[in-house]
Design a protein around this ligand. Structure first.
Ligand code: ZN
Ligand code: ZN
Ligand code: ZN
Length: 239
């Protein structure tokens, strides 16, 4: 599996529109950005895209226009699915979209104008997508939201975007011992909001889960560019 984070930003991205904080100023001065969080996984010539952000067009161009063989939607917040419209006239085949039934119902209903095929996936039941074993598990957000464990060639990638730290034991069991773990770390330590982890929560969970490698994604403009566990847009890992 080759895993690329196409974006590592939160809902509004970094730099944030109309913000003059130090991180945003530095971003503008140095041409840095955190696009909205999305992940591309290449495996045996197939490409699986996790979430279709409002930055999708730029993200597909940055990744050299990969043919997308499957999409997984994690949840129905706009920063995770509204960019699906960017597939309009981009691929001739019907796009295959996977996700939990309620997520597919909600997100899919917005995109009747784009031909796509929906494949409901039940949590905790492994399915094969793009030649990989994918298992969705529920996390804790303010709308039904799913993380996933993806296995191929004896390697394990675990991803959970938007979530609080209080994840159920059954989901946590699936998240353990990953070769690569990417977690939501939206704010610095000390900033607590109801539906996300801050970076201290994420680091604590990353240690508990015994991941070989751990990074934060879905970071806001409050996270400095040199944060030790902060992934960068277009960072890649080969498992
Ligand atoms: Zn989000
Ligand atoms: Zn800012
Ligand atoms: Zn969300």
């Amino acid at each position: 599996m080759k895993i690329t984070v196409l974006g590592t930003g939160d809902t509004v991205g970094t730099p944030k529109v109309n913000c003059d904080c130090e991180v945003c100023r530095q971003a503008k001065a140095e041409g840095r950005e955190r696009l909205r969080t999305s992940i591309l996984i290449e495996h045996n010539g197939q490409n699986l895209l996790i979430d279709t952000t409002p930055d999708l067009r730029r993200q597909l161009l940055a990744a050299d226009s990969p043919h997308i063989d499957g999409v997984i939607w994690t949840h129905g917040h706009f920063d995770h699915f509204m960019g699906f419209a960017d597939f309009y006239r981009v691929q001739r085949e019907i796009i295959k979209v996977y996700g939990a039934p309620e997520v597919l119902d909600y997100c899919g209903s917005v995109f009747n104008f784009i031909r796509h095929a929906e494949f409901p996936v039940l949590p905790f039941e492994p399915v094969e997508i793009c030649g990989m074993e994918v298992t969705l598990f529920p996390v804790v957000h303010d709308t039904p939201t799913y993380g996933m464990r993806i296995r191929a060639d004896g390697k394990t990638f675990v991803y959970s975007c938007d979530t609080r730290a209080e994840i159920c034991a059954e989901s946590l069991a699936l998240m353990r011992d990953a070769d690569l773990l990417l977690l939501d770390g939206i704010f610095p330590p000390g900033v607590n909001i109801a539906k996300h982890m801050n970076t201290a929560d994420a680091e604590r969970l990353g240690k508990e889960l015994n991941a070989k490698e751990f990074w934060c994604v879905h970071m806001s403009h409050k996270i400095p560019w040199d944060y030790a566990y902060g992934a960068s847009d277009m960072q890649t890992w080969t498992l």
